[in-house]
Design a protein around this ligand. Structure first.
Ligand code: SF4
Ligand code: SF4
Length: 203
């Protein structure tokens, strides 16, 4: 009994002089290893809104919604940290490699559920014939850059780019839905593009 008490006393004095061995969490965040993979974050400069990360997420933590606001259509991607298991599949399979990246941020306790949501929004391009969603504008612009001159074989892609340059005026939505030759040079969804091509070929 005597010896252990001396050892404990020595340890107590050492602790008083050197300070505690443990980290002062939650007063200060505990230092983490450099390669720790925790909460994923979207990066606006690289994310194109394609939704591939949601497709591969094994936990169903990412949702994709196409929403009509007052004057435009947007795609909203939401990553819910309440469901995320930090597996890294979203980052691994991201179309641009950098649109979503896991960060070392591991401390994820919030008062409100809304604080546990990582959200990014993209403007959507709409079919000028039927009004259906074609794709996020940033995804079409990304394709334009990737394809180079080949992009000019797809009017939806090159017209989206031309509108960015303000070279061509943006087309207006049609009410009559009657297809004619002029629709060859419109932004269209795949279904309307098919109808336009069939009309051109077969009349
Ligand atoms: S670019 Fe990457 S992060 Fe953005 S929606 Fe596509 S897969 Fe997800
Ligand atoms: S880290 Fe894994 S679970 Fe979390 S959002 Fe990405 S794919 Fe889904």
């Amino acid at each position: 009994m005597y010896l252990p008490k001396v050892r404990e006393l020595k340890e107590a004095i050492t602790a008083l002089i050197r300070g505690p061995y443990t980290h002062p969490f939650p007063k200060e965040p505990t230092p983490v290893p450099d390669n720790l993979r925790a909460a994923p974050r979207y990066y606006e400069d690289f994310c194109i809104g394609c939704g591939a990360c949601a497709e591969v997420c094994p936990a169903g933590a990412i949702t994709v919604e196409d929403i009509k606001t007052e004057n435009k259509f947007i795609r909203r991607l939401t990553c819910d940290y309440g469901n995320c298991i930090f597996c890294g599949e979203c980052q691994l399979n991201c179309t641009t490699d950098k649109g979503i990246q896991l960060t070392p941020e591991y401390e994820l306790s919030y008062f409100e559920h809304s604080e546990a949501l990582e959200i990014i929004e993209h403007e959507l391009v709409i079919c000028e014939i039927c009004g259906e969603v074609v794709a996020p504008k940033s995804q079409l612009l990304h394709l334009y850059e990737k394809l180079g001159t080949v992009a000019f074989s797809n009017p939806t892609i090159y017209l989206t780019r031309m509108h960015e340059f303000n070279i061509l005026p943006e087309g207006s939505r049609r009410d009559d839905r009657k297809i004619d030759r002029w629709d060859m040079v419109r932004i269209t969804c795949p279904s309307c593009r098919r109808d336009v091509l069939l009309k051109e070929e077969w009349g």
